[in-house]
Design a protein around this ligand. Structure first.
Ligand code: CA
Length: 398
């Protein structure tokens, strides 16, 4: 009974936003939540013995909540993001990894069509080639996030997936170390991704993405990309040059054209040369029309399955090109993407969101989501659909 009573009190305080400010109350609420969770986990097929063992040390981690709430402020400018995503040290690290694991990566590529340089680039992005795999107890992290309630359903599902991994004997709760968001191992798999896609890359029957040996994680990463639809031989994207006077309203991931059409519109490979042919593709302008332009195909979308942010996909894709011997991005970056300050871009995002057009987190980056929101706004007003952020649009929305 005392558990129920405490849950009641904590529940009402949580409603007032007070409970989580006090770690003691939070711990009390967490313990009560765990009792209810156990019965839901049992219904999901987890055995009592698994839960006793795996949840014995589960505890509320206030820091996880702090970090979760601190996400999504002003995004880094694209050039700064790319400079760290594809730093000289990381390119060297990737080339070393490509040599050290050449045989494994060749085997993986033969099986999945995913190039070794890309697998290694993701490894570099996710954990600095295994150097930073996270140090948090994943069971407690996921339990804390599920209890916190902002995305309770999602994190409770992940916690159940993590417990199933333990029940399968793939790892113990204490081996299951990861990030403050519950991502695990060399390439930072969420538990549900592990359950659906992890494979044995070493042939020993285990799927160990947590230990020192990265081969299971590398094979699993490629298997996951293949399952997401990776197309062999197709790049993530290529940098292109646009002719003078090019209409940015023609760009956007969803506005696909054939190679012949893009060529006719004056596009060339950045640095010269004819465009490659991988079917219909779209052109994206991550820093606006005065920054780099990329021609992208289906594999760009596949990589978004790994991490939805366009910046991540461009970062991982570009890093893989550099690891494979390609050069830096040729175009410079404008000080003001789309001719607007960061504050103005954030304001535009906020106004679009308020008007019912989902432009995503107001972080100052007008990516594909923001451009789709602008197109929807334009369509709703009977305007030509450009998806192009401008000061005039901001004024119209104010
Ligand atoms: Ca293995």
């Amino acid at each position: 009974m005392w558990v129920d009573r405490r849950q009641l009190i904590v529940g009402s305080l949580a409603g007032a936003g007070l409970a989580l400010a006090d770690p003691l109350w939070a711990q009390a609420g967490f313990d009560a939540w765990l009792v209810g969770f156990r019965s839901r986990a049992r219904k999901a097929g987890l055995r009592r013995a698994t839960l006793d063992r795996a949840l014995a040390d589960a505890r509320y981690l206030p820091k996880v909540i702090d970090l979760d709430r601190r996400q999504a402020e002003v995004a880094k400018p694209m050039q700064d993001y790319l400079a760290s995503a594809a730093s000289a040290a990381r390119i060297r690290g990737g080339q070393r990894a490509l040599r050290n694991h050449a045989q494994t990566l060749r085997r993986i590529e033969n099986r999945t069509g995913v190039p070794g340089a890309l697998v290694v680039a993701i490894w570099g992005m996710e954990s600095s080639f295994g150097g930073f795999r996270g140090a948090q107890p994943v069971i407690s992290v996921l339990a804390t996030l599920a209890f916190d309630g902002r995305r309770a359903g999602r994190f409770e599902d992940e916690l159940i997936a993590a417990l199933k991994i333990i029940q399968q004997g793939q790892a113990t709760a204490s081996q299951m170390i990861g990030s403050h968001a519950g991502a695990m191992g060399h390439t930072q798999f969420m538990p549900s991704t592990y359950l659906a896609h992890a494979v044995d890359g070493t042939g020993d029957g285990s799927r160990d993405i947590w230990g020192e040996d990265p081969r299971d994680a590398l094979a699993s990463t490629a298997a996951y990309l293949k399952a997401l639809g990776w197309q062999k031989g197709q790049p993530w994207g290529v940098e292109v040059s646009l002719p003078d006077g090019f209409d940015p309203g023609l760009t956007g991931r969803v506005l696909k054209r054939s190679r012949k059409d893009w060529t006719g519109l004056g596009l060339r490979l950045a640095g010269g040369g004819a465009l490659p042919d991988h079917g219909k593709g779209g052109v994206i302008l991550p820093a606006g029309p005065r920054g780099p332009a990329f021609l992208i195909w289906e594999n760009f979308q596949v990589l978004k399955g790994y991490n939805y942010a366009d910046s991540y996909v461009i970062g991982a894709g570009h890093l893989s090109d550099r690891i494979a011997g390609g050069g830096p991005i040729r175009s410079g970056f404008p000080d003001r993407p789309w001719g607007m300050t960061t504050d103005q871009r954030m304001e535009l995002q906020r106004h679009l969101n308020a008007a019912g057009f989902n432009a995503g987190n107001p972080d100052g980056v007008i990516g594909e989501k923001g451009r789709a929101a602008i197109r929807a706004y334009e369509a709703s007003r009977g305007l030509r659909e450009t998806g192009v952020p401008t000061l005039a649009l901001l004024d119209a929305l104010k």
